[in-house]
Design a protein around this ligand. Sequence first.
Ligand SMILES: O=C(O)CCC(=O)C(=O)O
Ligand SMILES: [Fe+2]
Length: 194
Amino acid sequence: MIETQPLLFDLPLAPRTPWPEGFRYQPELIDAAEERDLVASFQDLPFKAYEHLGYFGNRRIAGFGWRQEESGRMVETGEPIPDLLLPLLDKVAAFTGLAQASFRHALVTEYSPGAGIGWHRDRPPAEAIAGVSLLSPCQFRLRRKAADRWDRASIIAAPRSAYLMAGPARSDWQHSIPALEALRYSVTFRTVRR
Ligand SMILES: O=C(O)CCC(=O)C(=O)O
Ligand SMILES: [Fe+2]
């Protein structure tokens, strides 16, 4: 009997670097014209400096549906997600496979050059978080404490791309974005536990 060696090409592909369970990424969710129009429409949004416990985060936010109190507690405002974000929400819902109506919190964040966001987990009532990156790329980092080390993952979130954090990627992993070189906006939509 002749033993046959499998050809190199028959071998299974090495698994890709595993992203945290519940994390997904999709490049080019929107096109360049949609990105330009969306950013132009942000002129009309009521941006405020992000502040938490007296600490200013060097970024500006405009939030809808829910609001974070000074204590950090999230409260529902009942305010609808503005029309200018609805075409984007439509695409985000399709990407996530979640119902559009289940996204009840929208946040537009402006990162000036030098701004970023430190390690954190988005707290309940947020369940699934979908984010769209606009204008410039960022390094989107994730980490999870594992006994005596951190498990880590990192992607470059390109302009016009979307990511989803659900399940363990939302509940067990922290995320952060190091200081950006150029102006970036993100639009994050969150489903909220009832
Ligand atoms: O800008 C982003 O893509 C992420 C923002 C974020 O982590 C947050 O607002 O909780
Ligand atoms: Fe976050």
